[in-house]
Design a protein around this ligand. Sequence first.
Ligand code: FES
Length: 201
Amino acid sequence: MGGAAPRGEAPRFQRSLVGKESPLADDSASNGASRRRFLKLATCALGGGVGAAVAIPAIRYAITPIGEKTVSAADDPIDALPLEQVKPGAPPLQVTLVAPVQRDGWAAVKNVPLGAAWIRRDTGGTLTALSAVCPHLGCAVGFDGKQYVCPCHDSTFALDGAVQAGPSKRGLDPLPFEVVEGRLRIAWVRYRLGGPDREKA
Ligand code: FES
């Protein structure tokens, strides 16, 4: 009958709630789990994003020279002057070859003078570019109106660079060049000094 429950025993209607799973309790637990999962994923995504933002520049900084050209301009043709300035049959012109940018590891230096060249076109239009470094011991070679002259030990060279007199064992060193869109571009090459053979330094 509807009398009071014996001491120590839960009322029946309470026991029935405890014994059966409540739909409201299920929803609440499920929402809580979803929220926790969402927060977990969001935290991971945020942490990953922050980590990548810090790590990628650091890695790039650490490996920057790898795969990049670390020293440039030594072999690259350098813009010298418009070809039309080199008149056929005219005296040779001296130009300074300046590398726009020279890189070495992390350092980049702009407008680096590498050396000088003598440029000439003969009456037939043939172009020559000669290093202005004397192949004897490296002094700067000048032009006296007829021939190239080294002031250090009086070596002289013909217009085509052939040695004529003095201690130099070979003629002036030719430099590779190209003409691109009407402009003369010359590659700077440094050769070993003193010997009869032409070898890159
Ligand atoms: S350095 Fe030119 S002749 Fe000696």
